[in-house]
Write a protein that binds this ligand. Structure first.
Ligand code: DCP
Ligand code: MG
Length: 480
């Protein structure tokens, strides 16, 4: 294994069949914000929802981490640990822009690039000019290109003979490191570590393993596979393989497309509510957003899920399969609302509402969609088409239901100009891990993030925004 100091320990080993990079950006959201506001460089910075509300830390700069701040922590707690931490409201449009540009850089090295999350990707180097001998130079070159394109952004790269090893390897030397685990070295590096360090093993699985006397990755790899199968089913076999550093899953290039499995939105209320009517209005707005996205991407779905989280952070999720496929908010809402009423108990204060539609199928251009949809009146379809056209032309806020008007101001704040106040334009939602859901809708602009879409007229390029910001700063200075 090579870390930042790169002691070449295995020069001359025969090249293995597969060579894979896993690239993970460091403190991604926070680094993008710092790039756009260089004055923040070197300072503890967190990215969260509106800093004044009950937001959660989505990303923390490495300077902030020195104070014990980490993602998923409440921003209140972050301020307690470090009162001078700079809290910045997130800007998902910007992160997605940077993320897509990063994929382009990786594609210069290999045609097979799999985006794994908003800031992580696997790059299949097998069959390219990159070999076990020169992979460090290739990794350095990628890091330099990232720095040239996005000053201040750093990545950590893991190099391994499969995705599992590359992924686990990239976290060994963060931030800004390169680590290599060559074939046969996995056990040496990870064997003594606790099972929670194995990719995908959570606390519950670790406890179950521990009850079987399995505490380290090495012990898991040597445990009789039959016993693991007996306890965990097919997952037991997979765990056994993984603990030995074995993985033969392919790197799936993004242009082959990850099938979109579901589309959903969720919203954390600015205050917990006991009022089911308030929660219904949020639900209706979310259903509207989900259905709109489905129509835009030509999807129909037949499984509708509703999620509630309560003040005590306990939550419920319920789903129902319907007999036909739909892309209409009134159908999604009807089912989700019913689920909400069945499973919410008066007295439970609601903190978060979410809705999701799955069982998706893409509507091929030539297909007769009415074969799949519930028989609907032409007039309603015409209405939906008209609403979609208005929103396409004038933005998402141009038209909404009368029932939501009173609440629109708070739930759909008018898009502000870039200059007021600095970059505070979009929220990052609850800050919960959204990576997999982001992947599920990779081709959608900002799926599953609870955001206000960017007006088309405003560029999402950080550089345009930076230029704009500088111009605004100069203007303000002149007027002072
Ligand atoms: N993210 C989030 N909520 C979380 C965790 C992460 O919104 N609970 C977002 C913000 C992160 C981004 O996803 O910047 C990437 O997640 P990572 O786990 O890769 O974390 P970072 O890139 O911030 O840090 P690291 O340097 O540890 O990779
Ligand atoms: Mg990262």
């Amino acid at each position: 294994m090579l870390g930042r100091h790169r002691k070449e320990a295995h020069v001359g080993r025969p090249p293995n069949e597969r060579l894979i990079f896993h690239i993970d950006m460091d403190a991604f959201f926070a680094s993008v914000e710092v790039m756009c506001r260089p004055k923040l460089r070197g300072k503890p910075v967190i990215v969260c929802g509106k800093p004044t509300t009950r937001s959660v830390v989505a990303a923390a700069s490495y300077e902030a981490r020195e104070y014990g701040i980490h993602s998923a922590m409440s921003s209140v707690e972050a301020f307690r640990l470090c009162p001078h931490v700079v809290a910045v409201e997130g800007n998902p449009g910007q992160y997605i822009y940077v993320s897509l540009e990063l994929l382009r850089i990786y594609k210069e090295k290999s045609t097979i690039v799999e985006p794994y999350s908003i800031d992580e990707a696997f790059v299949e180097m097998t069959g390219t000019e990159c070999t076990w001998e020169n992979c460090l130079e290739v990794a350095d070159d990628i890091k330099n290109r990232i720095r040239e394109r996005f000053p201040g952004l750093t990545a950590s790269i893991g190099i391994g003979p499969n995705k599992l090893v590359a992924k686990m390897c990239s976290s060994l030397d963060k931030p800004d490191g390169v680590s290599i685990i060559r074939p046969g070295e996995f056990g040496e590096v990870f064997g003594p570590r606790p099972t929670t360090k194995l990719w995908g093993v959570g606390d519950k699985t670790a406890v179950a393993l521990s009850m079987m006397g399995v505490n380290t990755i090495d012990e898991l790899g040597r445990h009789p596979v039959a016993m693991l199968r007996c306890r965990f089913g097919i997952m037991g076999e997979i765990l056994h393989m993984m603990a030995q550093g074995r993985d033969d899953t392919p790197v799936t290039p993004y242009f082959e497309g990850m099938p979109v499995k579901s589309m959903g939105h969720e919203h954390t209320l600015s205050e917990d509510t006991w009022d089911i009517a308030e929660a219904e209005r949020v639900l209706l707005r979310l259903c509207d957003q989900v259905a709109r996205r489905m129509r835009k991407k030509s999807y129909l779905g037949n499984v509708i899920s509703m999620r509630l989280r309560f003040a005590d952070f306990e939550g419920i999720g319920r789903q129902r399969k319907i007999k036909f496929y739909t892309d209409e908010e009134r159908v999604i809402y009807r089912v989700a609302r019913d689920l909400m009423h069945r499973h919410w108990r008066p007295g439970q204060a609601i903190r978060l509402v979410g809705v999701n539609c799955s069982g998706l199928m893409k509507i091929p251009e030539t297909i007769q969609v009415d074969l799949f949809r519930e028989k609907e009146e032409d007039s309603h379809r015409k209405l939906l088409t008209a609403i979609d056209e208005i929103r396409d032309k004038y933005g998402e806020h141009a038209i909404t239901r009368a029932r939501l008007v009173r609440h629109n101001k708070r739930m759909w704040p008018a898009a502000r100009r870039v200059s007021e106040p600095r970059f505070l334009r979009m929220g990052v939602g609850s800050g919960e891990r959204t990576n997999r859901s982001l992947m599920a809708g990779w081709h959608d602009a900002a799926p599953n993030l609870d955001t206000t879409p960017l007006p088309a007229s405003i560029s999402t390029s950080p550089f345009d925004m930076l230029k704009h910001q500088d111009a605004e700063d100069r203007k303000r200075k002149r007027s002072e």
